[in-house]
Write a protein that binds this ligand. Sequence first.
Ligand SMILES: Cc1cc2nc3c(=O)[nH]c(=O)nc-3n(C[C@H](O)[C@H](O)[C@H](O)COP(=O)(O)O)c2cc1C
Length: 388
Amino acid sequence: MARILLGVTGGIAAYKACTLVRLLVRAGHDVYPILTAGAERFVSAETFFALARRAQSDDPYQHLEHADLLVVAPLTANTLARLAHGLADDLLTEAALAHDGPLLVAPAMNVRMWEHAATRANAETLRARGAVFVGPEDGELAEGEVGVGRMAEPEQIALAIEALLAGSGKERPLRGRRVLVSAGGTREPLDTVRFVGNRSSGRMGVALAEEARRRGAEVTLLAANLAVQAPAGVTVVETPTAADLEREALARADADVIVMTAAVADYRPARPEAEKRPKGAAPWTVRLEPTSDVLAALGAGRRPNQVLVGFAADGAESGLDRARQKRSAKSADIFVFNDVSRSDIGFDSLENEVVLLSNGGERHVPKAAKSEIAATVLDEVERILSEQ
Ligand SMILES: Cc1cc2nc3c(=O)[nH]c(=O)nc-3n(C[C@H](O)[C@H](O)[C@H](O)COP(=O)(O)O)c2cc1C
């Protein structure tokens, strides 16, 4: 299964791209549709998102979505020109500039547009950069003329996509691996309605689960009060409290890769009240007791050839030092440190900036979308797995 960005541009053939989405989803791919304003004159984005089985995103960084392949079908003369010249004036062309993988295009246009010297030159520019062209075909065009310009049939485009993915070797490097990811923040009850919690939204863990599944892993997500939707195609186990998370994690401690991103409470109310405590004038003193350290327990019982990843959310000053100590104390292969004293990254934000500590050394990963940070962490996991 691969993650495919599917650009749809403003030609009559846009309706055929619906069939292409269905074929790709049926083949198990994760399709992320991006329609130009021109395309939306012919088809609705809603149809594409429904066929791709995903909600329309309100993420301001959609153009930074990490993908194995960018497909544009149909490709208009206009967008062909924009791609050839590196314009970035809408979501699709921004995504194309940010995309560092293969590009496959299926042009569709009037024969005279296709044969125009400007279009020929633009197609040559894209080809020279390695873009794969499928079609256009010779035949009757929408406006009644006959000539080269018809979009290739969706089945033919889907076959070309499979061939390209198989050749790119980017497909499913974690196939056959069981990956356990924890995400979110636990809530420790004070009484039946109140709790002690933290601000973790679960975005980082969800991005990791999604990326691991995209790489072919069998993923279980331990979900602690997620503020975001869990990705499709992963097994979700609800773990609202530290005790739930510990129990479910230890029950799955034989996974090939364990990534603990959830912010698990370090302390919980020692005696949660059995009913909602009525409001009163007197102060309420709560005694907190330490919870057990799930990562340390997983590290102590780890099996050979397992990769264990911990996350440390801490302040910048001494946090990095503490993360270094934790990595060795908890027998983790990778520790990902992020500075939660900053408000622009980390807890509850769309981006993160981390330091990756592993046996390969320490690497600062600059601020990026959490999907990209997830890809970097899993690249490191794959490197360690390949050394075993
Ligand atoms: C009815 C109709 C059909 C069109 N079909 C095509 C087409 O098949 N290929 C093409 O290159 N342009 C076609 N166009 C022109 C594009 O819609 C126009 O160039 C638009 O600016 C493309 O924007 P986009 O590339 O951002 O989607 C068509 C326009 C109309 C009104």
